[in-house]
Ligand binder design. Structure first.
Ligand code: ZN
Length: 154
């Protein structure tokens, strides 16, 4: 059996950035299961896995524009510390969830604190990052009807 639409594929992977730093990796005994063709993985990664058989590996380099986008400077801005109600102490590296302009929840990272001004960054943490996936297919099975209807693995 090969990786194809409407099949549940189990993969192990290591994700490194352009400098070779490991960003994410599956535990060897805990592969990631996904429904192929349901757009749950990055499209460039699904394309690379298409047609692979169990045991096959591939290396995929995904540039930011096909990954999580380029860094948008407009999403990096100063806000008054008073905007963080109920937070005793705001420090660089803290992450908050905020409602975006269209109501979606976005993650906001505190980059710096200067007096009563807080520099926040609402870019995706992987924006601007080249993603290097080293992926191995460890299992493939047909998805059942409910999984296909729901668009995810049960
Ligand atoms: Zn479901």
């Amino acid at each position: 059996m090969n990786v194809d639409n409407n099949r549940v594929v189990s993969i192990t992977f290591t994700l490194t950035d352009g400098d070779g730093k490991t960003l994410d990796a599956t535990q060897s005994d805990k592969p990631l299961d996904y429904l192929h063709g349901a757009e749950t993985l990055l499209p460039a990664l699904e394309r690379a896995l298409e047609g692979k058989a169990v045991g096959e590996s591939c290396k995929v380099t995904i540039p930011p524009q096909e990954g999580f986008g380029e860094i948008n400077p407009e999403l990096i801005q100063n806000v008054p510390a008073a905007a963080f109600q109920g937070v005793d102490r705001i420090e660089p590296g803290m992450a908050f969830e905020a409602k975006g302009p269209s109501g979606e929840v976005e993650r906001v990272l505190v980059e710096a604190v200067e007096g009563d001004q807080v520099l926040i960054n609402a870019n995706h943490p992987l924006a601007g990052v080249t993603l290097n996936f080293d992926v191995t297919v460890v299992a493939i099975r047909e998805a059942d009807e409910a999984e296909i209807a729901h668009g995810h693995v049960h």
